[in-house]
Design a protein around this ligand. Sequence first.
Ligand SMILES: Nc1ncnc2c1ncn2[C@@H]1O[C@H](COP(=O)(O)OP(=O)(O)OP(=O)(O)O)[C@@H](O)[C@H]1O
Length: 270
Amino acid sequence: MSEVLAIEVEGLVKTFGGLRAVAEVDLRVPPRSIYGLLGPNGAGKTTVVNIISGFLAPDRGVIRVHGRETHGLPPYRIAREGVARTYQNIRLFPGMTVLETVATGAYHRRRSTILGAVLLSRAERRERAEVAAKALALIERVGITASPGALAETLSYGDQRRVEIARALAAEPRVLLLDEPTAGMNDAESRQVGELLLGLRAEGLTLVLIEHNMRLVEEFCDEVTVMNSGAVLAVGTLAACLEQPDVREAYFGKRSDARRIETLRRARRG
Ligand SMILES: Nc1ncnc2c1ncn2[C@@H]1O[C@H](COP(=O)(O)OP(=O)(O)OP(=O)(O)O)[C@@H](O)[C@H]1O
């Protein structure tokens, strides 16, 4: 029997008013893979991630996470199934330190009760210390250069993105959905994120990333799905997808821009 997929999406549909943002999308993400969700602006990628993570309800379609149906469940229930995510537009809480922000990611796994928190019982104190230690380890692991005590909102753009990743990892997910994790990062910073993803995959995580940096996708993604206008255009390795004329047209326009394609090929060759 074949292995259960980490994420399986069948016939996903989402409309906003008259706009079909997601039109009959299928997605098959193998466990322990780094999977790219690609496509030009407005293709429907973020909407798919919003639906998988429960932030939007689909109009139609089936979603399974490690074989369990999750479509229609609220975000906190989907988080309990082991799905965490980051956002395209960084969402940090004003006035919170890096350490506090990362620690919030562990919230839904905590065992203590509200009464325990109010009374600050020994179990509560021990759990808080465990969460803080774990958050510190994650801050180091994702390569945040700022102090854990710094206000998260004052960090550089790259560090803010890393805080988001660390916060998502604090939930100890089995599947991590990353919406443009390297946006605004330079090549070295992006590669560092790529290396982090490799390390996470080696530990058994499944990573799904929306990513526009083709060099990164080529180097780190095992497989990709390319979307355009809400539909799936191609599935496979990036190289195979880029051979498809409709994928090239979606990215570069009808009069296929040979120079841009050549630039991309050169980038892939490194
Ligand atoms: N809440 C919403 N209400 C109305 N329209 C929306 C909403 N969210 C997304 N859309 C529209 O749905 C389409 C798909 O958007 P989506 O953000 O999923 O695309 P994307 O592939 O992630 O694009 P980008 O790379 O620019 O983030 C777009 O036309 C967008 O304007």
